[in-house]
Design a protein around this ligand. Structure first.
Ligand SMILES: [Zn+2]
Length: 345
């Protein structure tokens, strides 16, 4: 066996080739799966166990030598063909390879569009922490201690020990930014706060534990419900198709009084009724209301002097209506077939 290996080593070392055909012959004899080296590897099990290791090492060396020799021959052939002009001519008429670039995520597109609309009417963008204390997420917003939203069912709480015993959680809305803003800035305040929020929900087509909101707040002297309506009418007119209907529906939130939910005519069926609007012709897009005087006072602003409105909406929801996305999970699965559809929007 060792003799055979050494003999083949000699052959490979002294092999010469002058044509592509000979290169192919070399490949068939030494490299291919039906070649002599593969055959020797198969015979290795017949070698007495004591010698097997030594023979195996030699065989491996032989295999590597054949591979190296083959690569050198291939390079040689390439060079010869280029020099003699026998290489296939380059076809300059072939189309180029497509230059694939990423596309913007639909949620980013909608987020940017929302920011753009509000910036044009004088709102700036504010930001705040995603890990927040109970006070900024609930307490300052008038959530009573026994409010169901504080339940473990809805909120991700963070180990208390890491924060010196304070109740900490992943924010369930971006309202914490409103509170922080009112604490550090004196009115007028006119800001929107886009960001990630977290709720302890089972992931399905209709719910996710991570989603995005844009909230807005306007605090100044003499801000009334009319200002809230004007602002949101303008927003809907800018963002959705012309002719979209809007309605305010009385509602309840702990941090606004009075409160209203905002519905628009269904973008999918045009108000005739479909699955998305549950055959009502209307879909809810936002919650809103006049900021509760107690919340304003909680932030150290005099509610006798200043009033304001606030609103909030889910970016996933708006995107669903704008682009007919029926499954929330599509946003986070990174399927390029989904993402490519938003190219150039
Ligand atoms: Zn509909």
């Amino acid at each position: 066996m060792l003799d055979k290996v050494r003999d083949l080593q000699q052959q490979i070392e002294h092999y010469t080739i002058t044509s592509p055909e000979q290169l192919e012959q070399f490949r068939m004899r030494f490299i291919s799966r039906k070649g002599v080296i593969t055959e020797l590897f198969e015979q290795l099990k017949l070698v007495p166990p004591a010698d097997r290791r030594a023979v195996g090492l030699e065989l491996n060396a032989l295999k590597n030598a054949a591979q190296t020799q083959f690569e050198q021959f291939s390079q040689l052939m390439d060079e010869q063909q280029t020099m003699t002009g026998t290489a296939p001519p380059i076809d300059l008429t072939l189309p180029t390879l497509p230059n694939l670039t990423g596309t913007q995520h639909p949620l980013s597109l909608v987020r940017q569009r929302i920011i753009q609309i509000f910036e044009r009417i004088g709102f700036n963008v504010a930001d705040g922490p995603e890990i927040e204390s109970d006070w900024y997420n609930f307490g300052a917003l008038n959530f009573p201690d026994n409010h169901p939203a504080r339940d473990m069912q809805d909120t991700f709480f963070v180990e208390k020990a890491a924060y010196g015993g304070t109740d900490m959680l992943l924010r369930t809305h971006t309202s914490n930014v409103q509170i922080r803003l009112m604490e550090r800035q004196s009115p007028p305040i006119r800001s929107i706060m886009p960001g990630r929020v977290y709720r302890n929900e089972t992931i399905s087509a209709r719910a996710h534990c991570l989603f995005h909101q844009v909230e807005g707040i306007y605090i100044d002297r003499n801000v009334g419900f009319k200002d809230l309506k004007d602002t949101l009418y303008h927003f809907v007119k800018e963002l959705f198709e012309p002719g979209t209907q809007i309605r305010f529906r009385p509602s309840y939130f702990p941090f606004t009084e009075p409160s209203a939910e905002i519905d628009i005519s269904c973008q999918i069926c045009g108000g005739k009724g479909c699955n998305i609007c549950k055959h009502s012709g209307w879909v809810e897009i936002a919650g809103s209301g006049m900021v509760d005087p107690q919340v304003i006072a909680n932030c150290g602003i005099d509610p006798e002097e200043y009033t304001g409105f606030a609103f909030g909406m889910g970016i996933e929801r708006i995107t669903q209506l704008k682009y007919v996305v029926n499954d929330l999970r599509l946003y986070t699965e990174n399927d390029v077939r989904f993402l490519r559809q938003f190219e150039g929007l």
